[in-house]
Structures are given as structure tokens and as C-alpha cells.
Design a protein around this ligand. Structure first.
Ligand code: HEM
Length: 500
């Protein structure tokens, strides 16, 4: 029986055939993008859009490939949803910086709206976002971001971290958990005013909850909810996500309560204290304001969520890349020995460590941990590079296409610290280095992250020599494991051989 004969054998097949016919007719009669002057892109099928051409787990790679065919501004239909992708350094920078207002709002999908209701920083827009972002930035600065106070906290944490890693005595270990705990303690000391012991059950529980949430947010259930919210409660992953959100919220509420009970309005100990003090001041003055409990909970959640996974994952990539390229690791150690000897590296040493600085930048470029950034949305109709993009269109600034832009980087797909060095071996800044994005949504924790990466990386390399324990093959090494929004290195173990 031929396929066509087979199709006509059952009533179900008639329905399927009818459906395909309707799709075909709609496909043929859909208005062309050219007429509407919209960015070009692959022709979408009704309802399915371009889903048949996309792999939801590797959207960033699909988009990168499509940019080679359709140019730096193109349209992709994810199901019924029209999405514009911005690719390449020049285009991404122009959109986020020169059209900051038009491209500066956050896309808040129904799933995220259900969770945050426009509270906090990452998934919020408008006056509430502006106020929370401004408050968080100025407070992170007050509590030491980019200053010596936080440098001391990071250095203190490094002592605990190196001690812990030393306990493995050069035996293989999974470094991800310990790096997450160390990085989490830096944010904890800013937000709660204290660090946790690595074995403190509450600390472990908090990290587990954040990782679980990131993983669940990457599940298909979230896409299904966005498409048809009424199906949410039928899906286990969605119910688990709601449960995990509740656990995280309860943990944060308990921490807030503890601080509230001992609050001294004359002496703020941390971010939460400052928020509570501001809340009290505004209450007294009777002003309408955004300093609500929900905004505090979601801001705290965003600072933890945004600050731990990103920094710890970059450090994981860094150590893995050093184990993979021992000659580069050797050059970093040689420079460190020459400049700092055996004393603790400090931020001010950075200017005398150009090779090490270049290696850290190259790690961030290659690691490409947020390849599609966090989606934006157009706040109004906009004419951009001759194309008309409607208000409310989802926009992906494809950071991967910036960090791997063939017009900007000499060897985009190869780990090459030379990207950040001039002929004399001096460090050079590169415009296309945008792992933190740009414009009004640029990463709020950039200077903290840069300080952490520098101090953790240099101290670890000074104390240990890292090797791969189970010889990851190059193919395995290059495989990127999808994990929610950002991308972690493939599972691996490292040996840390003490250099003391
Ligand atoms: C290596 C480390 C990090 C990287 C690569 C990174 C990267 C990014 C990127 C690409 C965005 C999205 C920007 C956009 O929408 O255009 C972002 C946003 C954000 N990041 Fe980071 N980040 C890092 C560390 C941190 C840290 C340490 C914190 C907290 C202290 C933090 C807090 C945030 C917040 C709150 C936002 C949302 C900003 C907004 O929507 O206004 N990040 N980050």
C-alpha cells in the first residue's frame, strides 16, 4: 500500500489530511514579509511556525545558523509567536545601546508572569523594575560591589574554598557543587550579611532549590504553559516548578523574618536591612511605592539566581579549559608566580597580569553561558535597519553571535587568549566582548562578577594544578549540556594537585 493509499484508509487519516490541506492553503496565502517590510526569515507554517526547523534544546545554534542565511535581523516563528533575532556585534550593540528604549523591555512570558507578577528585577518592566534595579545597584555598591570591602569577603571565602578542595588530596572530584557554594556565599554576605558553612543544610537546600528551579524553567512544560496556561496543573514538571518556587519563597521569607526581628534602622547590615529600612521610611511618609514584600522576595531571588549559576558556571568552564590546555595553565601560573609570588592575588594586581586577564576574558567569551541573553521585547513599533518591528515582539539579542562573530574575532571557535593581547603582550579591551550584554538591561552584577572571576581564578591556579581525571574526549569536551537558560560544561571530574 502506498503512503497516499494508506492515508485514505481510516477516518483519522482524513482528519489529518484535511488539517494538512488547511495548513498548506494558509501557508500559500499568508502575506509575505516583504510587503509588510518585516525582517526576513524562514517561511512559517500556520500554528507550527518554524518549529519543524528548530531544536528547542539548541535554539541558539539554530539561530546562529539562520543568521548566516537571513542576515543580522531576522524573524523566526516559534509556534504562533513571531520573534526577532538580532545577530552579530554591530547589530546587537546598535539595538541595545542606540535603541535602548525601544529594545530595553523584558519579555515576560505567561509562565514567568504567573511566577513573578512583574515583581523583582529580571522579569519585570516599567516603574517597578526601574525602582528595584536602581535600588539594587546602589545597594550592591554600598555593600561593596566593586570596592575593597567585597574584595576582602571574596578573599576570606577563597581560604575556605582552597581548604575544601585541598581535602581531596589530588583525587578526582566534581568541582561544580563547591564552586556554587563559594560563589553563593559572596551574594549571601551582601544580601543577608553573613556567609554559610558549606555543610549548613539551609545553604545546601537553597542552592539545590535554585538549581532545581533553573532546570525546571528549561522544561517543555513551561513552553506548554505559555501556549495553553490551562494545561499547567496537568503537567508534573509545572507542578514541581510551582512547588520549588514555594520552597524558595519560604526560605527567603524566613531569612527576612530573622533580619526583621533584629533590625536596627540606624545600622544596616545588608541588602535586606536596607530594603526594610526604606520600606519603613516610605510607610511613615504615606507615599505610594514599590517597596513591597513581593518585590523584596523576587529581588533577592533574582540576585541569587542571576549571580550564582552564571559566575560558578564560568569558573567551572575556566578550570576545565585550563585542564584541557595545560600549556596555557602553565603560562598563567608562571605569570602569577612572577608578579604575586606566593602572596594572595589582589584586584590591583590585574594590571600587571595581562596574560591571566586575557585568559579570563577568553574563558568568558568561549563559555558563552547565556548565548541568547535573556529575551527582550519591543516597547513600541520600531524601524530598525530598514525593517519594521511591531510593539510587543519578542527579541533575542544573540550574544553567541557576538562572542563568536567572525568579523570581530581572529579565531572565533578556538580558545585563544591572544584575542585580548596586543603584539607586545599587553591586555587589550575588545568591543565585541559582551557576555554581560549591553544597554539598559546590562547585567546588574557585572563588576561583582568580574571581581569574583579574577580573584577565584587566580587564587585557585596559584594553589592547584588542574588536570582532567577521566580524559574527556574533544567531542565530549565540546558538547554543551543544556540546563535551563544557561549552559554548563559537560559532566566531568578534575584533579586539583596542590602547588604549596
Ligand atoms: C559571569 C557572570 C555573569 C554573567 C555572564 C551575566 C550575564 C548576564 C546577562 C547576559 C544578562 C541579561 C542582560 C540583558 O537582558 O540584556 C544579565 C542580567 C542580570 N544579571 Fe547577570 N551575569 C553574571 C553575573 C551576575 C551577578 C553576580 C549578579 C548579581 C549580583 C547578576 C545579576 C543580574 C540581574 C539582576 C540581571 C537582570 C537585569 C535587568 O533585567 O535589569 N548577574 N546577566
Amino acid at each position: 500500500m502506498s503512503l497516499v493509499e494508506g492515508l485514505f484508509q481510516t477516518p483519522g487519516s482524513f482528519t489529518l489530511l484535511g488539517f494538512l490541506l488547511v495548513l498548506g492553503v494558509l501557508y500559500l496565502f499568508s502575506t509575505s514579509k516583504k510587503q509588510r517590510n518585516e525582517p526576513p526569515g524562514p517561511r512559517p507554517w500556520p500554528v507550527l511556525g518554524n518549529l519543524l526547523q528548530l531544536n528547542p534544546r539548541r535554539l541558539h545554534v539554530n539561530f546562529f545558523e539562520l543568521s548566516k542565511k537571513y542576515g543580522s535581523v531576522f524573524t523566526v516563528h516559534i509556534g504562533c509567536k513571531k520573534t526577532v533575532v538580532l545577530a552579530g556585534f554591530k547589530t546587537v550593540k546598535e539595538a541595545l545601546v542606540n535603541y535602548a528604549e525601544e529594545f530595553g523591555d523584558r519579555e515576560i512570558s505567561p509562565a514567568f508572569y504567573k511566577i513573578t507578577e512583574n515583581h523583582g528585577i529580571v522579569f519585570a518592566n516599567g516603574d517597578s523594575w526601574r525602582e528595584m534595579r536602581r535600588f539594587a545597584l546602589s545597594n550592591l555598591r554600598d555593600f561593596g560591589m566593586g570596592k575593597q570591602v567585597i574584595e576582602e569577603k571574596i578573599i576570606e571565602e577563597i581560604q575556605y574554598l582552597t581548604e575544601e578542595i585541598g581535602k581531596y588530596n589530588g583525587q578526582p572530584f566534581d568541582n561544580r557543587k563547591i564552586l556554587h557554594l563559594a560563589v553563593s556565599n559572596i551574594i549571601s554576605s551582601i544580601i543577608y550579611g553573613s556567609r554559610f558553612d558549606y555543610f549548613d543544610p539551609l545553604c545546601q537546600e537553597m542552592i539545590k532549590c535554585i538549581n532545581e528551579r533553573i532546570e525546571l524553567l528549561g522544561k517543555t512544560a513551561v513552553q506548554v504553559y505559555n501556549f495553553l496556561p490551562c494545561l499547567g496543573s496537568l503537567m508534573k514538571d509545572w507542578r514541581d516548578l510551582m512547588k520549588s518556587m514555594k520552597t524558595c519563597t519560604d526560605q527567603i521569607k524566613a531569612m527576612i523574618k530573622k533580619l526583621q526581628d533584629t533590625l536596627n534602622t540606624e545600622d544596616s547590615r545588608c541588602f535586606i536591612d536596607s530594603f526594610l529600612i526604606r520600606q519603613q521610611e516610605l510607610k511613615k511618609s504615606g507615599e505610594q511605592n514599590f517597596f513591597t514584600e513581593k518585590n523584596l522576595i523576587f529581588s533577592v531571588m533574582n540576585l541569587f539566581g542571576g549571580g550564582i549559576e552564571t559566575t560558578a558556571t564560568t569558573l567551572c568552564w575556566g578550570l576545565l579549559l585550563m585542564a584541557r590546555y595545560p600549556h596555557i595553565q602553565g603560562r598563567v601560573r608562571e605569570e602569577l608566580t612572577r608578579v604575586t609570588g606566593s602572596r594572595q592575588p589582589r584586584v590591583e594586581d590585574r594590571k600587571n597580569l595581562p596574560y591571566t586577564d586575557a585568559v579570563i576574558h577568553e574563558i568568558q567569551r568561549m563559555a558563552n553561558i547565556l548565548p541568547m541573553s535573556v529575551p527582550h521585547i519591543t516597547s513600541c513599533d520600531v524601524m530598525f535597519q530598514g525593517f519594521h518591528i511591531k510593539k510587543g515582539t519578542t527579541v533575542y539579542p544573540l550574544l553567541m553571535s557576538v562572542l563568536y562573530d567572525e568579523n570581530e574575532w581572529e579565531t572565533p571557535y578556538t580558545f585563544n587568549p591572544g584575542h585580548f593581547l596586543d603584539k607586545q603582550g599587553r591586555f587589550i579591551k575588545r568591543d565585541a566582548f559582551l557576555p554581560f550584554s549591553a544597554g539598559r538591561r546590562v547585567c546588574l552584577g557585572e563588576s561583582l562578577a568580574r571581581m569574583e572571576l579574577f580573584l577565584f581564578f587566580t587564587s585557585l591556579l596559584q594553589n592547584f594544578y588542574f588536570t582532567l581525571s577521566s580524559g574527556l574526549s574533544e567531542a565530549e569536551f565540546d558538547a554543551i549540556a543544556a540546563n535551563g537558560f544557561d549552559f554548563s560544561p559537560p559532566l566531568h571530574q578534575l584533579c586539583a594537585i596542590s602547588q604549596a
